[in-house]
Ligand binder design. Structure first.
Ligand SMILES: [Zn+2]
Length: 346
């Protein structure tokens, strides 16, 4: 592969005083090899959103300037400028690998790059994209359409159905967060692999705040998931097994995520604000809480808290509907004013 050629002297000088330039051709090669997916193992983040916004970031395995992570002064500069020294990552994983270079060594990243190339080749050779590797640009569902789907499919008890809707409409879950947040992955690896690299936890969704490093883990069930279990005493209900199970599961994900990042950063964690928030979306309050005792038991539990936010499907979609109402509503009696010229109110 003939990549950017530099005379050794010039290359050395560039490396000492400046960053190596990465040619357009190399950037294009790396983009073509990405299969439109973040190359971080387990990350399914698409890099081209809506066929328009491109969020992929070119990450170097060995830094191309002296102050960068994994810089190796003995490396051959023309090798550093070749496509083999780069991965295309989502912004979040780019930040993670560069902040934890002891964990994400050059060797680790080379392996990740190879594994990603294999994954893309495999998906292409099968002709049909695998379910989790959607190479074709995905149609996004608008909030308006999502509410329509909710109204028509409230009774759908398939977790895959809702997983897919939340994937195709990332803005849905984002409505739950006070600050703007974006989906950084679905079915994402959150640590917990055993030493032989087996197992590992896959959380349904990971969101990140746009303004802080904070991460939100989201587990979803279905609108048909029961929230409450048996009547415990006259005036109390226990939580259902499904809901308790989901809460324990997501706390487990949080635990493994924190441990994995903290223990590996030698106390100098870049995630000083790294306390993942946890959300479980399950059930329907409206159709299940048909007595005051049931509602009270549920509210007592979720307000006193397990550290996990519980949101039901109907509450989520009600919230989305009211946001849509606000953003798309016309003022009352708007028809009476439609003939007014825009300047008449001044
Ligand atoms: Zn990623």
């Amino acid at each position: 592969m003939s990549e950017q050629e530099l005379t050794p002297k010039l290359a050395e000088a560039k490396l000492q005083f400046n960053r190596i330039e990465v040619s357009y051709k190399v950037r294009k090669t790396v983009a073509a090899q990405s299969g439109n997916r973040c190359a971080f193992p387990g990350c399914e983040q698409e890099l081209m959103l809506d066929g328009e916004a491109f969020i992929g970031e070119l990450a170097s395995i060995e830094a191309i300037h002296g102050a960068g992570p994994r810089f190796n002064k003995d490396s051959n500069p023309s090798k550093l400028a070749s496509s083999e020294n780069f991965l295309l990552l989502c912004p979040n994983h780019h930040r993670i690998i560069d902040q934890l270079p002891e964990r994400y060594t050059a060797e680790w990243l080379r392996e990740a790059r190879e594994a990603h190339l294999d994954r893309v080749r495999e998906a292409l050779s099968q002709g049909v994209p695998q379910p989790k590797i959607k190479l074709a640009p995905q149609v996004e569902v608008s909030l308006q359409e999502a509410v329509g789907i909710w109204n028509a499919f409230k009774e759908n008890a398939s977790e895959e159905f809702w997983q897919e809707l939340f994937e195709q409409c990332p803005m849905l879950i984002a409505q739950l967060f006070p600050r703007s947040a974006f989906q950084i992955g679905s079915k994402s690896y959150v640590g917990g692999k055993s030493l032989d690299n087996a197992g590992g936890n896959l959380v349904d969704f990971v969101y990140a705040s746009k303004t802080t490093n904070n991460v939100v883990l989201v587990e979803i069930k279905t609108p048909k998931t029961k929230l409450l279990g048996k009547r415990y005493r006259n005036n109390a209900y226990s939580l259902s097994e499904d809901l308790t199970g989901s809460i324990v599961q997501i706390l487990n994900y949080k635990d493994s995520m924190i441990k994995e990042y903290y223990s590996l950063s030698n106390g100098q964690t870049p995630f000083s604000a790294f306390l993942p928030k946890c959300v479980v979306i399950a059930g329907s309050v409206e159709s299940e809480m048909d007595t005051a005792t049931k509602l009270k038991s549920f509210e007592l539990f979720r307000n006193e808290g397990s550290g996990v936010d519980l949101v039901s499907f109907d509450e989520l979609f009600d919230k989305v509907q009211s946001i849509l109402d606000i953003t798309t509503s016309k003022p009352p009696n708007s028809t009476a004013h439609t003939t007014d010229s825009p300047s008449s109110g001044l």
